[in-house]
Write a protein that binds this ligand. Structure first.
Ligand code: TYD
Length: 222
């Protein structure tokens, strides 16, 4: 089953650690709501009760706690719950769904980062997600070291313990940055790269312009 989507839009935010996705989702949601849109913000892994249970298995503990292929299976199980319980129902009601990470993260982290064969991940996508895809994917791009410094500062402040992926070495994070850039190149009709090395306001304005242009929606500045 895939979504019946009359007028809702599905926008995903992707990128490495510390690229500012959370701040930008909040800003875009505020701007869209001010225009009168019904907006749902959500995140992966998570976004539905079963998916949140799977999230807690994934984001803490030793970096080698899961075999990367098992990690893919968990992520897609969580994704299926998220689609069925949250994303598709919201789109069917005409809401704009803004999602912090989606399947490109699996391709970048588990595929490019951990060397899980990419056709395997694509195969899972085809079975679990089907022919559904985001209307727009914003890939926030940032120097790896700058992003990891930001993420480590945030983790020290929040002490959430959700740093299992941040703790992987810099080479891993360089591979996944490259992965995101290649994903963007291979799907230019869906993806836009956003330079995240700027103040939140400037990044937010670039995102607003991209949404306006790509989704052909008339939106006054927020
Ligand atoms: P999150 O806590 O939302 O971190 P961030 O603030 O960096 O987005 O995401 C949890 C971690 O899960 C993040 O480090 C990336 C990882 N992840 C994957 O490895 N594969 C995936 O498919 C997804 C959705 C997330």
């Amino acid at each position: 089953m895939t979504a019946d989507r009359p007028s809702g839009k599905f926008i995903t935010f992707e990128g490495g650690e510390g690229t500012g996705k959370t701040t930008q989702i909040k800003l875009l949601a505020e701007g869209l709501r001010a225009q009168g849109h019904d907006v749902v913000t959500t995140r992966e892994p998570g976004g539905a009760p079963g998916a949140d249970s799977i999230r807690s298995l994934l984001v803490s503990g030793a970096t080698d706690k899961w075999d990367p292929l098992s990690e893919c299976l968990l992520l897609f199980a969580a994704r299926r719950e998220h689609l069925n319980k949250t994303i598709w129902p919201a789109l069917a009601q005409g809401a704009w769904v803004l999602c912090d990470r989606f399947s490109d993260s699996t391709m970048a982290y588990q595929g490019y980062g951990h060397d899980v064969p990419r056709p395997f991940i694509q195969g899972l996508y085809d079975m679990v997600v089907g022919d559904f895809a985001p209307d727009l994917t914003l890939i926030l791009d940032l120097d790896v070291k700058v992003g990891l410094d930001r993420a480590n500062t945030r983790n020290a402040e929040t002490a959430s313990g959700e740093d299992r992926f941040e703790r992987l070495d810099q080479a891993f994070h360089e591979r996944l940055r490259q992965g995101f850039l290649e994903i963007a190149q291979s799907a230019p009709e869906r993806c836009t790269i956003i330079d995240a090395d700027n103040t939140p306001d400037i990044v937010g304005a670039a995102i607003w312009m991209a949404v306006e242009k790509r989704l052909d929606t008339q939106m006054a500045s927020p």
